[in-house]
Design a protein around this ligand. Structure first.
Ligand SMILES: C[S@@+](CC[C@H](N)C(=O)[O-])C[C@H]1O[C@@H](n2cnc3c(N)ncnc32)[C@H](O)[C@@H]1O
Length: 379
């Protein structure tokens, strides 16, 4: 069975690995920046359709040691590219080099392209590769003198669910928002509120989880054009995802922001995501919210002080958040921020903490559990 990699931001490999286990994969192997798993092409399509936290799904074609361009050329040419690429495949090559003897990314890309072409030309008896068919985006990654060759099954990154048009000031990637929800104390039938919703990502991801809506339902993936998986099986998986989408969602989901532009953007994105009848959106400062249920979970991504506010404003805002949160004893809270002394400013230690990279920026998720509500005793 082929090996695939579900790629993940640094420090998020564990979250992606757990999601893969929840999707039914047994032998998942977290590595730096990715999680390896064995799957059929139909199962890889299922991961593309359903993974909320992985960045991409890559097919692992092969790995080998390469300290010279010659070794790279020989190693790439020895891999069975014709198993995957048809005679008309379009195959752009991207590359990365880190801690390796070969450090020129453009040279590694050019050599890989040439070696794949030579292999395919000789296999298909062609003088040149026409490159008029489906896209197979190859990546050559050199790390510690090992070359890892993959083909991207996803196409656009999986964060692109197709609902965000304009990105606002500091939006959270969709995959990161979904990961935050997994790291929080929220579960899908519990009320959820993002009191600083920005472009609406957290609320939309929560609504999609609660409604069992596949994140990839409204988009396509490169591998769908490959003819390596059975078309009927892929159509059946899409249909099954349509059937699972619960259109009478009971979970209450709230999104609010102090900024009118953010509220307008959230409304637009919620509509594009097809979730407009599931999320209640308001313009309000977080500490003046009213009418929330008596229990639930807040998940918030306040300004960090890096771009949107200065340090003094951040100190005031986080202290204000701490006082406000104490008024909601039965609500849990998860905050995602790059502010290193968040807990001190907020005034309480988190029960769960997790370091997460948002691009290159080191951030943290701080989770606080609300008190449990006792069931009323029968008399
Ligand atoms: C980092 S952005 C949130 C981005 C959001 N997670 C997304 O994916 O687009 C922070 C948001 O907090 C909002 N905000 C700042 N102070 C606030 C306050 N006192 N009450 C409510 N919202 C506030 C800002 O208007 C901004 O939209």
């Amino acid at each position: 069975m082929p090996e695939f990699f579900a790629t993940a931001p640094f420090e998020m490999e564990g979250v992606v690995a757990q999601e893969l286990r929840d999707l039914g994969f047994q032998n998942v192997r977290p590595q730096s920046g990715k999680v390896a798993f064995d799957a059929t092409f139909e199962q890889a399509f299922f991961v593309n359709l359903w993974s909320r936290t992985a960045d991409r799904v890559l097919l692992h074609v092969g790995s080998f040691p390469a300290k010279t361009f010659d070794e790279l050329f020989q190693g790439v040419q020895a891999l069975p590219w014709e198993t995957y690429l048809p005679r008309d495949a379009v195959f752009p090559v991207s590359g990365k080099c880190a801690k390796s003897t070969l450090m020129s990314v453009p040279d590694c890309q050019a050599i890989t392209k040439k070696a794949v072409s030579e292999r395919l030309k000789s296999h298909y008896g062609l003088a040149w590769m026409p490159e008029t068919g489906a896209r197979f985006a190859i990546d050559v990654h050199l790390h510690g003198d090992i070359a890892v060759l993959t083909i991207d099954t996803s196409g656009a990154g999986l964060a692109k669910r197709g609902y965000r048009t304009y990105n606002g000031d500091a939006p959270l990637r969709e995959t990161l928002a979904a990961a935050l929800l997994r790291l929080s104390f929220w579960y899908p039938d519990m009320p959820l509120c993002d009191p600083m919703c920005g472009t609406g990502t957290i609320a939309i991801e929560a609504a999609m989880i609660a409604a069992d809506r596949a994140p990839g339902l409204n988009r396509s993936f490169d591998m769908e054009a490959w003819r390596l998986a059975d078309d009927h099986s892929l159509a059946a998986l899409r249909q099954q995802a349509q059937d699972r989408f619960l259109r009478d969602l009971k979970t209450e989901i709230f999104a609010s922001d102090i900024d009118a532009k953010a509220v307008a953007l959230t409304k637009k994105h919620v509509k594009l995501a097809g979730m407009d009848w599931k999320i209640q959106i308001r313009k309000s400062p977080f500490d003046q919210l009213s009418g929330l249920p008596d229990r639930g979970c807040f998940v918030a991504n306040p300004p960090y002080g890096v771009r949107l506010m200065d340090r003094r404003q951040i100190e005031t805002l986080y202290a204000q958040m701490g006082r406000w949160y104490r008024d909601y004893p039965f609500w849990s809270l998860t905050v995602f921020t790059a502010c290193r002394d968040f807990e001190r400013l907020f005034g309480a230690r988190a029960q769960k903490k997790r370091r997460i990279f948002n691009g290159k920026l080191e951030c943290g998720a701080y989770a606080y559990r609300g008190a449990r509500r006792e069931k009323p005793t029968e008399t």
